[in-house]
Design a protein around this ligand. Structure first.
Ligand code: PLP
Length: 401
């Protein structure tokens, strides 16, 4: 057996099979490139589902982490530490908000947002106890906890994990009328992704997100934007909602906030909304730890310059122009997305998304399929135009285009 086969067999023998990875075993990575255990190089067009917006081994982020490792890594929230205030202040400023509640993973931040909205509903809006409703969209992906899968419409994510948490109303994504009809006086929040990543990089119809903003404001309902995958530069702006001039009541952030170095997530909102929490009502041992804060502070500083957003916008235009050309030739049925983020529906006759991903892997390009014949392209924002073109050449070759 090759080194790769041995490593995969051993991993398969001793890990739960809750993933179906491509058969590549990565040993090191830098920028947009990964190297496997046999020295083969691959262009990373997934970027850890957008957790690696700033690339592998980003010098600024690694240096910030190393410096913090030598000082203090964890205090728990039983004490303050000297990176916490800066992290909260800077992240709130980046979001144009006042208050930050740090967690670790995306799913935890979504759970935190759900708890925030419910408590705000009872304590501020005056919803009767136990009656709070949150409206979510079909084909959503907000994480894997039992509450979150309770309002998933994906049978794979949901089946066999009941009993399910009540209190959620599912309406079709992009349908403002359905959302308006689903709203009652007990609705406390609308929780949506401004662009649905896992669903295949679905961009809602023009006017939908401003419509959600107007409707939620009118009905005293919190607009909770899950920007875990769409935020922090990916679409060419700091937040996907920025494209629509929309400011939500609550941002839910994760992935790139930890720079691909440590898990960092957060709920960011007004002092009124996050002010509903009292000591003991919510928390996390690792949430807001010094190492996480040090890395995230560097991420925020990088985003404050605007250079990564500009790069995503410029290279994103190029990516979408090139992918657009493929739709004319029959190999690609549709391309969606914004900035350096694309969902590409391959003509089913050419293979499943998985088969296309495997063929790309053989040519040194790593992507991830999602649902049927769709592949997702989301390279690190630091990718060079030459490397992106190199990857696109391989895609064209695999599609015979
Ligand atoms: C929009 C969105 N929300 C939440 C999550 C969950 O994040 P995590 O995997 O860090 O729990 C994801 C992960 O893919 C996501 O894309």
């Amino acid at each position: 057996m090759s080194t790769t086969e041995t490593a995969i067999a051993s991993a398969e023998a001793h890990s739960a099979h809750n993933y179906h990875p491509l058969p590549v075993v990565v040993a090191s990575a830098e920028g947009a490139w990964m190297t496997d255990v046999e020295g083969r190089r691959y262009l990373d067009l997934l970027a850890g589902y957008s957790a690696l917006n700033f690339g592998h081994g980003n010098r600024r982020l690694i240096d910030a982490a190393k410096a913090q490792l030598d000082r203090v890594t964890l205090t728990s929230r039983a004490f303050f530490h000297d990176r916490f205030a800066d992290f909260c202040t800077e992240l709130a400023a980046l979001c144009g908000m006042e208050t930050v509640l740090p967690m670790n993973t995306g799913a935890e931040a979504v759970e935190t947002a759900v708890k925030t909205a419910r408590k705000w509903g009872y304590r501020v809006k005056g919803v009767p106890d136990g009656m709070a409703k949150i409206i979510v969209a079909s084909d959503n992906f907000h994480g894997r906890t039992t509450t979150i899968v309770s309002f998933s419409t994906d049978p794979e994510a949901r089946a066999d994990f009941g009993p399910y948490t009540p209190g959620f109303e599912i309406v079709p994504y992009g349908d403002l009328t359905a959302m308006r009809e689903a709203m009652t006086e007990n609705t406390v929040a609308v929780l949506i992704e401004p662009i649905q990543g896992e669903a295949g990089v679905l961009v809602p119809p023009a006017g939908y997100l401003p419509g959600v903003r107007e409707l939620t404001r009118e009905r005293n309902v919190l607009f909770v934007a899950d920007e875990i995958q769409s935020g922090l530069g990916r679409t060419g702006k700091t937040f996907a909602l920025d494209h629509e001039g929309v400011v939500p009541d609550v941002y839910v952030l994760g992935k790139a906030l930890g720079g691909g170095v440590v898990p960092v997530s957060a709920v960011v909102s007004s002092a009124e909304v996050l002010g509903v929490f009292r000591p003991g009502e919510h928390g996390s041992t690792f949430g807001g730890n010094p190492l996480a804060c040090a890395v995230a502070l560097e991420v925020i500083a990088m985003l404050r310059t605007g250079e990564y957003q500009a790069r995503a916008a410029e290279l994103g235009d190029h990516l979408h122009r090139e992918l657009g050309l493929l739709t004319g030739g029959g190999a690609v049925e549709a391309v969606r997305g914004r900035g350096l983020w694309a969902g590409v529906d391959i003509a089913p006759a050419l293979g499943t998304g998985r088969e296309i991903s495997e063929k790309l892997m053989e040519r040194g390009v790593l992507v991830k399929d999602t649902h049927g014949s769709t592949i997702r392209i989301a390279p690190p924002l630091v990718i060079s135009k030459e490397d992106l073109d190199w990857g696109l050449d391989r895609l064209r070759a695999v599609l015979g285009a």
